[in-house]
Design a protein around this ligand. Structure first.
Ligand SMILES: Cc1ncc(COP(=O)(O)O)c(C=O)c1O
Length: 404
């Protein structure tokens, strides 16, 4: 049976990880992989998570199945964290949440729901978008189309072009938006732009699908969902895929949720029963551990405060690194990278040429993906000057040889 199969090309990020692992240069720097790192280059288990795990070890009475929708407490607490306790959608019982294996599971579950509700719907994604959106949504059978989003010359959102393209969307199409900390470009919509998009979705009958993978990593846990909350207060229907991988550091525990907003409680219950029936045929039931940890943290005032402080530390580190990188690149003579400080979350494009990216890897053991997206959290006190000088050198070489 398997003699017909050819090997797949390795995933570019996984290929980068393995090249980095095999590099023996002690100065090597990984700016590729999308996980948060502290100044020592580690992705530690949060203290609040450790404390919640200790409580679970003591209290948990069973490992029996939890059911296709996952842990009820987790679902309720996630809904409140995303929408806020006083959101009109919650007052009207128009939202329901299920637990999913990570944000990826939520995206896939959302796509399955859309396919059942409106089989021919297209999904509009930003150009650029997170690379995994394409296989995740595409494998549910959705046609994917792109709208312009990031102007890589002026380093701003191409909002007019985005709107112009979205006017081509048909009623019932889906509009995928990044809730905050856009991956890969770091450029986020402001509230006025969220408002305009809400009106557009309303007028053209588009279903907003918000991917929220970095709540708390931009401006704050509440601030990062202001746009999403505004959108939810305007449109009758909406989906939110949320991930606890980054803000709770639960990457490998595969913890996330899908929230469905519908016109009334009857429709939302119908929709959730359809999602559960779809996911029953894919992963059957979500893993429990990560969701149990999140529910323990969010329902305990002390643990919650500890977790919020840990998220604030991660956010502050990323934002400080952005400012320091801009200064350090300028001092090294690399030029004006001030846009990096205006962007937010873990990612930004450096905007350097493929040759420069290859030279950084070959000559300096500095690894980033081919689009020049960097994970700012991969920088540290130890490597920021080294990275800046290396970038200045390769940009100079590239200018001298006539490439940009
Ligand atoms: C934009 C975006 N969406 C969703 C995810 C899904 O994350 P996970 O499935 O690990 O929770 C990620 C992870 O990197 C992401 O960057």
């Amino acid at each position: 049976m398997f003699n017909n199969l050819k090997a797949m090309e390795p995933d570019p990020i996984l290929g980068l990880m393995s090249a980095f692992g095999n590099d023996t240069n002690p100065r090597k720097v990984d700016l590729g992989v999308g996980v948060y790192k502290d100044d020592a280059g580690n992705t530690p288990v949060l203290d609040s998570v450790k404390a919640a795990e200790a409580l679970l070890l003591e209290r948990q009475q069973t490992k029996a199945y939890i059911g296709p929708a996952g842990l009820e407490d987790f679902n309720r607490l996630m809904q409140v964290m995303i929408l806020g306790p006083a959101h009109p959608v919650l007052a009207g019982s128009r939202a329901a949440t299920i637990q999913t294996p990570g944000g990826c599971g939520a995206l896939r579950a959302g796509a399955e729901l859309i396919r059942r509700a409106r089989p021919g719907a297209k999904i509009w994604v930003s150009d650029p978008t997170w690379a995994n959106h394409i296989p995740l949504l595409g494998s549910a059978g959705m046609e994917i189309v792109q709208y312009p989003y990031y102007d890589s010359v002026n380093k701003v959102i191409s909002f007019d072009a985005m709107l112009e393209t979205l006017r081509l969307a048909e009623a019932g199409d889906v509009l995928l938006l990044h809730g905050c900390c856009h991956n890969p470009c770091g450029a986020d919509l402001d509230l006025e732009q969220w408002q305009v998009l809400a009106e557009l979705a309303l007028q053209r009958d588009l279903l907003p699908f918000v991917d929220l993978a970095y709540q708390g990593f931009g401006e704050g846990i509440e601030e990062d969902v202001a746009g999403l909350r505004l959108l939810a207060s305007r449109v009758p229907e909406m989906l939110v895929a949320s991930s606890c991988s980054k803000n709770f550091g639960l990457y490998r525990d595969r913890t996330g949720s899908l929230t469905v907003v519908a016109r009334d409680s009857g429709q939302v219950n119908n929709a959730i029963s359809q999602v559960c029936s779809a996911t029953r045929g894919i992963w059957s039931m979500p893993p429990d551990h990560g969701a149990a940890v999140v529910a323990t943290i969010l329902s305990d005032m002390g643990l919650r405060a500890q977790w919020e402080a840990e998220v604030a530390t991660m956010r502050k580190r990323i934002n400080d690194l952005r400012t320091r990188l801009v200064d350090s690149l300028a001092s090294a003579g690399a030029g004006d990278f001030s846009f990096i400080a205006r962007e937010c979350g873990m990612f930004s494009f450096l905007g350097i040429s493929p040759d420069s990216i290859a030279s950084l890897r070959r000559e300096f053991s500095i690894y980033m993906v081919d689009s020049s997206r960097i994970n700012v959290a991969g920088l540290s006190d130890d490597n920021i000057a080294y990275v800046s000088e290396a970038i200045a050198t390769v940009c100079r070489d590239s200018r001298n040889s006539g490439q940009v």
